[in-house]
Design a protein around this ligand. Structure first.
Ligand code: SAH
Length: 403
């Protein structure tokens, strides 16, 4: 195996256990390995940091797959897939392999019953696809494997974008029952892999508060939170999403699950919707301290879910992202009846749990309300968090009671 060395005196995160090394941190060498080849990386004194997948195109030149020195070959991939499966609880709706957190940088596999959805996001994962599909067929006997290789990050590694079934046969959208609710999933067409598996547990946790309640499911996608709330006996559910495709899917799901009479899904930008549905009429002019008059017909909810897409995609957008989160949470808090529940999430990798709670505390302060933390949330263990890889801890959430 090729051996590379870190530059002298570079405070590279990989020295502290992070699984990435950047091109600028590594001593250049004349021969460059092929994309997706396994290479060894050593610190500047020659101590091995393990084996990683090489990329000549990405800024992340090296992604560790093992702390040992071993090639990235079929034997390794088979071992890593077996180890990932062994780490998972039994079940048929789960993430089976998640990239660096499962020794397989760039490989993501989701299981939806007898359908497996595979994404290869790095050249190494792409090269391993044949082996991965063989292993999956042998060990899980799926009805179909979907190669969902349309994520734009693939272009950074000069990989083509495509979506197809492994068999080459068509796979029409179909009904799939997840935790007692039927969803119409389109593995070849829909957003992401068709369903947010990482929020599956939270759909149920939040539904515990829903019986008899007026529920707002903001950023509802296909209605995961709202439909579980309806199933748990919510008095009414309003779901908001800016995507027409999602709203149509949520409505179709509601019909199928006989929840159409209590649920209502609306295509709306949540920020605009909150602005148009302020609980107070803000003073047009005059002193700002003037107590705002209560607005007539302002909606009131007992349970609000906020599950927005990631706002902070890079360091520069952090401030704006935090303002966005705070604005959303503040507005939601104002629409909650006394004692109401706010279930609020962030899936921005860059927003840590402390920052997230600080933002919620600021929002509660501005809303002049006490927020009591009922429980913290994070991603489920089938989306493992590697402690030395903070990027793998992306989902943060809090369930609050607003007095
Ligand atoms: N709560 C969902 C997942 C939400 S994903 C679940 O548990 O399954 C985020 C959703 O927000 C996407 O469906 C996207 O279409 C929607 N979205 C993004 N920006 C939005 C906006 N400004 N207003 C409303 N919806 C938005």
């Amino acid at each position: 195996m090729e051996k590379f060395y870190l530059k002298h005196n570079v405070p590279a995160a990989v020295l502290k256990g992070h699984p990435w090394a950047f091109a600028g941190e590594i001593e250049p060498r004349r021969r460059r390995p092929d994309d997706g080849e396994g290479v060894e990386l050593c610190d500047s004194r020659g101590h091995s940091l393990g084996s990683g997948i090489w990329s000549n195109h990405s800024q992340i030149a090296w992604r560790r797959y093992s702390r040992a020195v071993r090639p990235f070959d079929d034997a390794f991939v088979n071992w890593a897939l077996g180890a990932s499966l062994a780490r998972r609880d039994k079940g048929s709706f789960r993430r089976l392999a998640w990239s660096e957190a499962d020794h397989l940088p760039g490989l993501v596999i989701d299981q939806f019953g007898d359908i497996l959805v595979v994404q290869a996001l790095t050249a190494g994962a792409d090269r391993a696809l044949h082996c991965v599909c063989n292993w999956l067929r042998k060990n899980l006997s799926p009805r179909e494997i979907v190669l969902r290789n349309d994520a734009p990050v693939r272009t950074r590694e000069k990989l083509q974008l495509y979506v197809r079934t492994e068999s080459g046969n068509p796979l029409p959208p179909d009904w799939v029952n997840i935790e007692g609710v039927d969803y119409h999933l389109d593995f070849l067409g829909g957003q992401k892999n068709g369903f947010y598996l990482d929020q599956r547990e939270q759909h149920l946790r939040v539904a515990r508060f829903a019986a008899g309640k007026r529920v707002l499911d903001a950023f509802c996608n296909q209605g995961g939170f709202g439909l579980q709330a309806a199933r748990a006996g919510a008095a009414s559910v309003l779901g908001l999403d800016s995507s027409e495709e999602c709203v149509n899917a949520a409505r179709r799901n509601a019909e199928r699950n006989k929840m159409a009479s209590t649920t209502h899904f609306l295509r709306a930008n949540v920020f605009d919707w909150f602005t148009e549905n302020r609980p107070f009429r803000e003073p047009a002019d005059g002193p700002l301290e003037a107590a705002p008059a209560p607005a007539r017909n302002a909606p009131v909810f007992d349970l609000i879910i906020l599950d927005p897409p990631p706002f902070a995609r890079n360091r520069d957008s952090m401030d704006g992202a935090l303002r966005g989160y705070k604005e959303l949470n503040l507005r939601a808090m104002r629409l909650l009846a006394p004692g109401g529940i706010l279930a609020t999430y962030s899936c921005s990798q860059r927003v840590g749990i402390e920052t997230f709670l600080g933002m919620l505390s600021d929002a509660a302060s501005d809303a002049h309300r006490d927020a009591r933390l009922i429980e913290l949330a994070t991603q489920p263990p089938d989306h493992p968090t590697l402690l030395t890889f903070p990027e793998s801890h992306y989902l943060k959430g809090a369930i609050l009671r607003m007095e």
